[in-house]
Design a protein around this ligand. Structure first.
Ligand SMILES: *Cc1c(COP(=O)(O)O)cnc(C)c1O
Length: 455
């Protein structure tokens, strides 16, 4: 076979036309969502006030293996997909590893991340149901940007509650969202009851994703023809992101490859869940023995140091409860630079797979992550997002293990996005002023103390 190209693209005909629902092949299901008022398992209809109906259905449906991707969604996917499967020849050489390193690059759109994959789907279903506007939260800003693009495309209004710390750090992110008519509100804000309450308790808080979610949900349920959408964590989001893994698998198949190890960064779990889905199917069906590695920041270690328990998805405790690896909805992580990885919980699907031993997890301090980011940028000419750089660091460490053992393994990692809005962080790293913060057991205990007591 000819030499594998540096960047490989599927043709339009080869692109997947369906999303894959990983739950359909899990022997044991993730625990059901619970109603926050009664603590009873949620029915699909219970979700209708918050989510639009088709998405509520996707959230609950654990049986349907494949969902057709609507034509309108495919049409917009074609503008920026397929994303390339890249072979990191230069990085392999730099590391002196016998391993083959592949990465799936999702940063080739204005949101600079994989988040557009789900934003388009969610905006489409909202439009299809006749809704006129949406609300959401955003941390680092990628999700807010992706959803602004999607809402502008489908003609929907959008209020975005942006974690105040990022709002102040990344004014240009706000400007990009405004290009796409998104209305950006720093969170916590005085525009919601829950925001007012959080500000009364902690006037100087820089906010958290959990707070912003509470505000966005409150706004949605109090606005006619409006629903709330979430960029990660939920089953529906992992379903939409399965496109990443389906494309990767198909591309590798054509190239005659199959990964021994798949590595991804884990914030709420959507890119990782999407990347691994098609490969995890093979593992669940006993057809492969691929290893899956989740990489998270040492400052927000939900998988590696969290508890597997029912918890609220937001700080205001108004969303359904999910059983997941969590640091407690009251946990507010230190100001690390990977804004998209600062969530207290983790996708219930990934949490279950991790708890059942199908997946591993590691955590790294941010200075180590930026060291990997800079090395990667020089080799591959892509400036990675700090979130994505966690996966790079994980993949580099796997490749270095191969160097020691002499094994020529095939490694696939998810390069979720670009880091042009994170240059303050890069500058700090290069100036040597970046610090690492690892929460103590006592710090984590404060978060665990906020876990609800479920009988
Ligand atoms: C949001 C984001 C992540 C983390 O979110 P997941 O839901 O865990 O995928 C990772 N990388 C980038 C670039 C992001 O924007």
């Amino acid at each position: 076979m000819a030499k594998i190209p540096h960047r490989f693209y599927l043709t339009e005909e080869q692109m997947p036309k369906q999303w894959y629902n990983l739950r359909a092949d899990m022997k044991e299901q993730p625990a059901p969502l619970l109603n926050p008022a009664t603590f009873k398992p949620i029915q699909e209809e219970d979700l209708y006030p918050i989510f639009c109906e088709k998405l509520a259905h996707q959230e609950i449906d654990s049986q349907t293996r494949y969902f057709d991707i609507p034509e309108e969604v495919l049409d917009m996917y074609k503008i920026f997909r397929p994303s390339p499967l890249c072979r990191a020849y230069n990085l392999e050489k730099e590391l002196g590893t016998p391993a083959k390193i592949y990465y799936k690059f999702e940063g080739n759109n204005t949101s600079g991340s994989h988040k557009l994959n789900s934003a388009i789907a969610q905006a489409y279903y909202a439009k299809d149901q006749g809704l006129t506007s949406l609300t959401t939260e955003t941390g680092a800003g990628q999700w807010g940007t992706a959803l602004s693009e999607a809402c502008a495309y489908f003609g929907l209004g959008l209020d975005i509650f942006m974690v105040k710390g990022s709002y102040e750090q990344k004014p240009f992110r706000k400007a990009v969202m405004e290009v796409f008519d998104g209305n950006v509100i720093p969170s916590p804000s005085m525009t919601t009851q829950v925001g007012k309450k959080i500000l009364a308790d902690k006037p100087n808080t820089t906010g958290s994703l959990g707070c912003a979610i509470s505000e966005a949900v409150e706004k949605a349920v109090n606005t006619p023809n409006c629903r709330y959408v979430l960029g990660s964590v939920l089953n529906q989001v992992l379903l939409h992101q399965s496109i990443i893994g389906l494309e990767s698998k198909k591309a590798m198949e054509i190239l005659g490859e199959y990964p021994d190890v798949v590595v991804g960064c884990a914030g709420g779990g959507s890119n990782l869940g999407g990347l691994i889905s098609a490969f995890m199917q093979d593992k669940l069906l006993g057809k492969s023995n691929t290893r899956f590695v989740a990489v998270e920041p040492a400052s927000c270690p939900s998988l590696t140091r969290g508890k597997y328990a029912y918890d609220f998805c937001d700080t205001g405790k108004i969303t359904p409860l999910a059983k997941m690896y969590t640091l407690g909805s009251g946990f507010i992580p230190s100001a690390n630079h990977a804004g998209g990885l600062r969530y207290h919980g983790m996708s219930p699907i990934l949490s279950k797979l991790y708890d059942d031993g199908y997946m591993e997890a590691v955590s790294y301090e941010q200075t180590k992550v930026f060291e990997a980011a800079v090395k990667f940028a020089k080799c591959e000419t892509i400036l990675p997002a700090p979130e994505s750089a966690h996966a790079i660091k994980g993949a580099i460490d796997e490749a270095l293990k191969c160097k020691e053992s002499g094994e020529a393994k095939t490694i696939l990692f998810g390069l979720t996005g670009t880091g042009y809005f994170d240059m303050k962080a890069y500058s700090e790293y290069l100036a040597g002023t970046m610090t690492d913060y690892i929460p103590s057991d006592e710090d984590l205990q404060k978060g665990f103390d906020t876990l609800p007591q479920i009988k």
